[in-house]
Structures are given as C-alpha cells and as structure tokens.
Design a protein around this ligand. Structure first.
Ligand code: IDP
Ligand code: MG
Length: 138
C-alpha cells in the first residue's frame, strides 16, 4: 500500500477561508486526497490526540485553539507521504518556515500555525484512525 499521512487544517486556516489553497499545496506536489472530513473535535478528543505534549507549557493553549472552531482532517496518500507533507507544511514556527510553505503562507504564530501533519508512519496510522475510524478512505 502507498504511504499515507494525516493532515489537519487548523481552525485559523479554516476561519481564514484557506481550505482550498492548502489542499492545492498538497495536490500540486503530487499527494492525493484519499479522505476529507470537516469536524469540530471536543476537548477530550484533542487532549488525547496531542497526548505526547501533555504537561508542556503550551498544551492548554493548543487544546483551547484546536477546539475553537471547525477543522478539516485529510488523509494524504503518495510515496513517502509523511515526510513530503511535512516539507510542504514547513517548520512548526511560521516565522522560521521556508518561504512558500503552508505555515509560512497561512500560519500566524506557533499555536495558530495552520496545519498539523503526522511525524512518522506509526503516528500517521494512529492519527488516521483517530479521525477516520468508521469512515471511508479511498
Ligand atoms: P509539529 O506540529 O510541527 O509536529 P509539535 O512539536 O508536534 O510540532 O507540536 C504540536 C503543535 O503544538 C504545533 O504544531 C504547535 O501548534 C504547538 N506547539 C509546539 N511547540 C510549541 C511552543 O513552543 N509554543 C506554542 N505552541 C507550540
Ligand atoms: Mg507533531
């Protein structure tokens, strides 16, 4: 099976009307959208999704932000999808992200940095299950 990764378009980018532009960034680089779902995750779900960051100083801010409005979850497919998607997204801090990357273009700060991307094939598998259990992936 071709590699898959999970991307989440975060609330700031949804509110800023950038869903289409962000999806286009991935499609233009050859990643295929295999599933797409808009949802408003609850607090417990976001805390569990980001469990690896529990206890860090930014955790509360991150959970507040990720529950502040709807997000779009996407499964992206293609060779080396995890690393390619993260390259297209750019560095976590939009101010340090390479020009032209999604976070450089649409991120506001470390919290409101426009997108999430899985960081390994193992994370991708867990995170895809998180948003797409019981939903079709094409
Ligand atoms: P990643 O999203 O690039 O994989 P992670 O280190 O996994 O980065 O952190 C998850 C999310 O938590 C980031 O996308 C960012 O929104 C937020 N975050 C990470 N580090 C900080 C920080 O130092 N201050 C504020 N928010 C942070
Ligand atoms: Mg991460």
């Amino acid at each position: 099976m071709t590699d898959r990764t999970l991307c989440v378009i975060k609330p700031n980018a949804v509110a800023d009307n950038k869903i289409g532009e962000i999806v286009k960034c991935f499609e233009d680089e050859g990643l295929r959208v295999a599933a797409f779902r808009m949802t408003c995750p609850g607090r417990a779900a976001v805390e569990s999704f980001y469990a690896e960051h529990e206890g860090k100083d930014f955790f509360g801010r991150l959970v507040d932000f990720m529950t502040s409005g709807p997000v779009c979850a996407l499964v992206l497919e293609g060779a080396d999808a995890v690393d390619r998607a993260r390259t297209i997204m750019g560095a976590t801090d939009p101010e340090k992200a390479t020009a032209g990357t999604i976070r450089a273009l649409y991120g506001k700060n470390m919290t409101q940095n426009a997108v999430h991307g899985s960081d390994s094939p193992e994370s991708a598998s867990r995170e895809i299950g998180f948003y797409f259990a019981g939903f079709d992936i094409f």
